[in-house]
Design a protein around this ligand. Sequence first.
Ligand code: AMP
Length: 224
Amino acid sequence: MAEYRACILFGAPGSGKGTQAKRLSEAYQIPHISTGDILRSEVRKASSLGKRVQDTMEAGHYVDDSLMLELIEKRFSEPDVEKGFILDGFPRTVEQEKGFQKVLNKRGLGLPSILYLKVEKERLVERLSGRLTCPSCGAIYHEAVNPPRAQENGGWLCDQCRGVELLKRPDDEEQTVRKRLEVFEQETTPLLRYYQEQGRLEELDGLRSVDEVFSLLRQRLEAA
Ligand code: AMP
């Protein structure tokens, strides 16, 4: 039986959680659970959930805790989480963390590590406002720092999904980025303190290169 490896990648929008979560998920063959990705896919499908959350997301606000917990409980009823998981973008509030504990207990799953990718605010704005994502595979690029190889008619194309044009997320426009960072500071700082008080928060320098951060995360995850 493979080892159980579980972590919450904690950090502000743009701290690199999505990029790292993808790599960790491939390295350990455990699911990458991004609540932002799940919600965006509901919005694309125009499901009733998608319609309920679209405006909230585009304005950079948080979706209700009760709705988020419903979504997570559903995701954690799948068998794949028994091997572990990489959580990206959840929990974001103390209320969500408390509800999540109940979900873990109910399933008999062990406590995840809390790995915090710390990056200062202005760098986050730079990173997010140049971000490009592939609507098909979810790969993440940056116009200046990590551009894809090909361009066509002024648009960028995904390196992995040939011909698929990369998109700028509607909430990655600079004004919304600033709002999202403000919301993160206000709503998520209490959760950061909560983890600190419990002695569970492990801090990492999120400004290092993608490879360096990846190797630090692997060390922490394997030491847990
Ligand atoms: P993300 O891709 O993690 O930056 O999430 C994009 C948007 O989805 C956020 O700005 C929120 O509107 C919503 N969202 C994702 N995860 C959560 C969560 N745990 N709690 C509340 N809202 C969330």
